[in-house]
Design a protein around this ligand. Sequence first.
Ligand code: F6P
Length: 541
Amino acid sequence: MPHISIEQRLHNSLLDAAQDLQKLHLVELFQLQPTRAEIYQLNIAPIYLDYSKQRINQQALDSLVELAEHKQLSQARDAMFHGEKINHTEQRAVLHTALRNSQRLSSHAPDIAEEINQTKQRMLSFVDKILNQTLRGFTDKPITDVISIGIGGSFFGPKMLQSALVEYQTSNINVHYLANIDGAQIKQLLAKLNPATTLVIVASKSWTTIETQVNANAVMTWFKGKFPEQAAIEKHWVALTAKPELAQAYGIAPEYIFPLWDFVGGRYSVWSAIGLPLALSIGSKAFDELLAGAASMDEHFCQAPLNQNMPVLLALIGYWQQVYLGYNNLMVLPYSHGLKSLPAYLQQLDMESNGKSVNAIGDPIATSGPILWGAEGTNCQHSFMQLLHQGKQQAMIDFIVPAKGETLYPEHHKMMIANCLGQAQALMQGKTEQQAFDELIASNMPTEQAKALAKHKAMPGNTGSNTLVLESLTPYSVGALLALYEHKIFCQGILFGINSFDQWGVELGKQLGNQLMNAITTKNSSQLDPSTQALLKHINL
Ligand SMILES: O=P(O)(O)OC[C@H]1O[C@](O)(CO)[C@@H](O)[C@@H]1O
């Protein structure tokens, strides 16, 4: 027998499983194994995962779990939780998990754990004081509005969670977000606000992000138009940053500066001081529950065996679909208006983390993270779902739905559930031409016409999906959901061999944006490529 490596053996086994599964329709898989729904599920409160509709079998799952072991997934996970510098291209630890519970870290890095706890207490006490009006504006008026200026990870998390947890909004404070550098947005926002009752938060880990700087400067000009005094700035401006010295130089009072650290990646930072605008909306208790929900998923991720581990399973199923079934994109469909911005949040989380082309030692890799997209159900059923039912492109799909909905409108929630499960079913089952024909005949259509139309009504089905059921839309369950995706992405990074925690790819765009700005200001575009020159000429600034 020629010697083959473990990886090759597992690869062969996965290829065999994929070949076997290609011969079977999902409907046949259920006929052959009627207990699939009981076997391929995991209930880790507050999330129930059904993956029985995936085109997967036990041989594939066993080999995938073995592959994860072979890639030392558990060791990599422990290294992350213990604060090892796993982000090797930036020489940084990755410790967003310690923000939700620092206990696991305290035996490895007690100082960091302590600093995290102190910052959290300081931040939540600040929130309480703004909300109970102990802390007020410069003219002693209570704060009614917050402008949170930040982009990417300093924006998506708080913004998305604010709509997800709107039912938990305890304060009367309106939080407004400024991310894009669109003067029209600033104009509209500032026109309706009063500087005397507005708190301005500048959320920027690096304190160098140009969009955030430009927006902060515009808001500062507006603010100083009413209150030029430094003492006023010190009562109305807050900084959330890993560069406190730069924030202080900007004029922000040290007591109003809340740090984060280089071991918290931007897209993983909603659990840190970056969550402050959210906490000002939902209050410190609900913010704490959000952290507790995420910590519960961390605990599960650290303790559960790999084949019963929800983030690991999600990662393995996605890996299987990409590498062995040929998918390249993941569609996330939250059947919940509150979670409408979840796809946008997950886009940064997944694509900025795993959109890479080389492995840890810089060698090219064959597969990296998927394109992620999606929208709130049921709206998407009336737009792009047609393509998935009958088009030639395919997607990996995560349906997400809360089991409990708004009690004031119970019929709406029942219909939401019915639509969510109905879509997953339709994608799985499809409809044969014969079924379509029979239906048309039953509706009294003449045979020839029915034959012709049946071709258009047939749907292949056989599209797999995961369904994630949250108990309800609470801070705890949403915290667990976000941590689930974070860990899934981490696991996929390990499987692909990627460093999921750097983002060098975004740098070139920033650099060229600055060059373009220079060309526009100096009116000299001669160094630019012909297409860019022609565009600048046409725009004629
Ligand atoms: O918080 P900062 O440093 O302003 O960065 C904002 C965002 O910019 C990026 O560095 C690149 O897009 C993200 O990773 C980050 O979340």
